[in-house]
Design a protein around this ligand. Structure first.
Ligand code: G6P
Length: 612
């Protein structure tokens, strides 16, 4: 969702800010802006629309502050309160024009605060919840910016990541967080602030992650870390380990395409050093339970949203099947609000690529509060969920920029399988079976590579169906979550109505919608239940729906009589989701490309959903 960047240094702020915002475009946004402070004046450029429009506005600006400042703030906004227009875009100024702020998060009591301000003659002009905060800061100001910020923050309810500046104190930036991430980049003679490491990485690798209720005051003297009562705090500097160019799309047309093709390497990184063939188990240092502790785990609850939840479903199946431990997966928002029953022997696994999804984070807090053992499975190093769970496992998939998640999913499934293996080996799985599974997990990059070599064939299938408006994806067992994920990929990036259904459930309603222009993607890989799904696919065909059959190599005969076929490598049921989903990712990608869609930044979507 929204992106924040701030710069304090010696270089031209406007360029660094706009470049930082460009690097965060992938998060999803609909307006953008920057404010720069020079010679006691704040200059502002903002607009609805894209960063290229903002860049044009900045280049055309004759404002001395925009031209000369070496200090400033910038923002990409994903509209929540009020439409995406120039007035609602950040940075927001207070009524005096002396204070500027960018804000991520939601001010829940904004109406109350706005009414309170109005009674003191301070009128808000935008539709946003954010504006009340800078008005409040301006109102509270008595000569010291950090005092005003902490005073104002005490009066609001909700979440925030903010950066604030004032022309009364031109050599200062103040930033604070509660619920929305803020990371500082400590460079030579400069400090950057951002909501996302991607804006900082070109400038420095030394990062300081703020925690909730932290405030940082950046001046020529360096960075001072305080809590909201102004007591000094210490936060260590950590090195960000992204490879140069990891967040660039290189020769690929889209980040999504690049990330799909990175999957063999990404999965390789996720499993490297984690398979112990001798013992036929997995070594996940974040889950360093003793065999005795593991034996005491009574249930595994998996929480997540979107693609991560689908990966959790595969994990649920694997944990029950292999380890014999009851397991459930639940949408994180549902989990947090329905007062779940949690016992001290429950292991709660929170899955999140970004590690910042608001509902998943809240589910983690709820589970911790109720005494569960909580583990995080995140991709973004240093993210809030990773830090709050402590007992975490990183995916090591590298930065995922495309809004439609691809390599994170296959890495999440890889890690869930290793988790299931580890749990299984302390229960009923014999060593030789564990060793065999290690072998299959190790082969996953090769299986994915095989699917990627069929890119052209899948593209040809995609082009046949690019004009349809409704589709169904059906599967059973381990392929049910894959059907859900395949449908999610297609709807996210092509805007085609796509539904993932359990193959058996199709008859209970959706079959009424089938007709000759409603393709059904039937996952007919060679796993238990294949014959039943085959029968369901025949039922679709009998109703004139075109059927795209996904089948296992060596079992192509299953596709006889269907309209199109995609062949994926034959492998054990628990491994099947990984190569199969890659075929569906490619299918969705090529359909969206044929329709001319904006693949990396689909309309209305955000990469990291930091509001409920
Ligand atoms: C958003 C993204 C999805 C993602 C979901 C959960 O909806 O667009 O791709 O699966 O959030 O995100 P997380 O970072 O928690 O995995």
């Amino acid at each position: 969702m929204c992106g924040i960047v701030g710069y304090f240094g010696k270089r031209k702020a406007s360029e660094i800010l706009v470049d930082g915002l460009r690097r965060m475009e992938y998060r999803g946004y609909d307006s953008a802006g920057i404010a720069c402070l020079f010679d006691g004046q704040i200059g502002l450029v903002k607009n609805a629309g894209k960063i290229k429009d903002l860049r044009a506005g900045v280049n055309a600006s004759t404002d001395a502050s925009i031209l000369n400042a070496t200090l400033g703030i910038g923002h990409t906004r994903w509209a929540t309160h009020g439409p995406p227009n120039e007035l609602n875009a950040h940075p927001h100024l207070d009524a005096s024009g002396h204070f500027a702020m960018v804000h991520n998060g939601i001010i829940e009591n904004y109406k109350e605060v706005r009414n309170g301000l109005a009674q003191h003659g301070v009128e808000c002009i935008s539709d946003t919840d954010s504006e009340v905060l800078i008005q409040l800061i301006g109102y509270c100001y008595q000569g010291n910016l950090e005092d005003a910020v902490s005073e104002a923050l005490k009066k609001i309810k909700g979440t925030y990541g903010i950066v604030v500046m004032t022309d009364h104190e031109p050599g200062k930036l103040v930033t604070a967080r509660c619920g929305s991430p803020i990371v500082l980049g400590i460079g030579k003679d400069e400090t950057l602030v951002a909501s996302d490491a991607s804006a900082i990485i070109p400038h420095t690798r030394d990062a300081v992650y703020l925690e909730d209720f932290d405030m940082a005051v950046i001046t020529d003297d360096g960075v001072e870390m305080l809590d909201l009562q102004h007591a000094p705090i210490n936060r260590e500097v950590t090195a960000m380990d992204w490879e140069e160019g990891a967040a660039e799309k290189g020769d690929y047309a889209h980040f999504m395409l690049k990330e799909m093709f990175e999957q063999p390497d990404a999965i390789g990184n996720a499993i490297r050093g984690r398979l112990d063939f001798d013992m036929g188990t997995a070594v996940l240092s974040g889950l360093d339970f003793s065999p005795r502790e593991t034996a005491l785990i009574g249930r595994v609850l998996v929480v997540g949203c979107g693609t991560s939840m689908h990966a959790g479903m595969v994990g649920e199946y694997a944990i029950e099947e292999m380890a014999g431990i009851p397991s459930e997966v639940e949408q994180a928002a549902e989990f947090r609000y329905r007062n779940p029953i949690i016992t001290p022997t429950d292991l709660v696994v929170a899955i999140s690529q970004s590690g910042e999804t608001a509902d998943t984070l809240a589910a983690v807090r709820e589970a911790k509060h109720k005494g569960a053992i909580v583990s995080g499975l995140c991709n973004v190093v240093g993210s809030t969920i990773a830090r709050e769970t402590g007992r975490g496992v990183y995916l090591h998939a590298g930065p995922e920029i495309g809004v439609a998640s691809t390599k994170a999913f296959t890495c999440q499934v890889s890690v869930m399988l290793m988790m299931a293996l580890k749990l299984a080996r302390t229960r009923r799985m014999p060593r030789h079976e564990g060793e065999e599974l290690c072998g299959w997990i190790e082969r996953m990059p090769e299986l994915v590579e095989k699917v990627l070599t069929q890119n052209d064939a899948i593209k040809a299938v995609a082009q046949k169906y690019a004009q349809c408006e409704d589709t169904f994806f059906i599967g059973r067992g381990y392929l049910f979550p894959v059907a859900l994920e395949g449908a999610l990929k297609l709807k996210e990036i092509s805007y085609i109505h796509a539904e993932g259904y359990h193959a058996a459930e199709l008859k209970h309603g959706p079959i009424a919608l089938l007709q000759e222009n409603t393709p059904v993607v039937a996952l007919l890989n060679n796993i238990p239940g294949k014959d039943k799904t085959l029968g369901n696919a025949e039922e679709c065909k009998a109703r004139n729906a075109p059927v795209i059959a996904v089948v296992s190599e060596g079992d192509e005969g299953v596709a006889d009589g269907f309209d199109d076929v995609i062949v994926v490598p034959d492998c054990p049921p628990c491994i099947t989701p990984v190569p199969t989903v890659v075929a569906l990712q490619l299918l969705a990608y090529h359909i969206a490309a044929a329709r001319g869609c904006e693949i990396d930044q689909p309309r209305n979507l955000a990469k990291s959903v930091t509001v409920e």
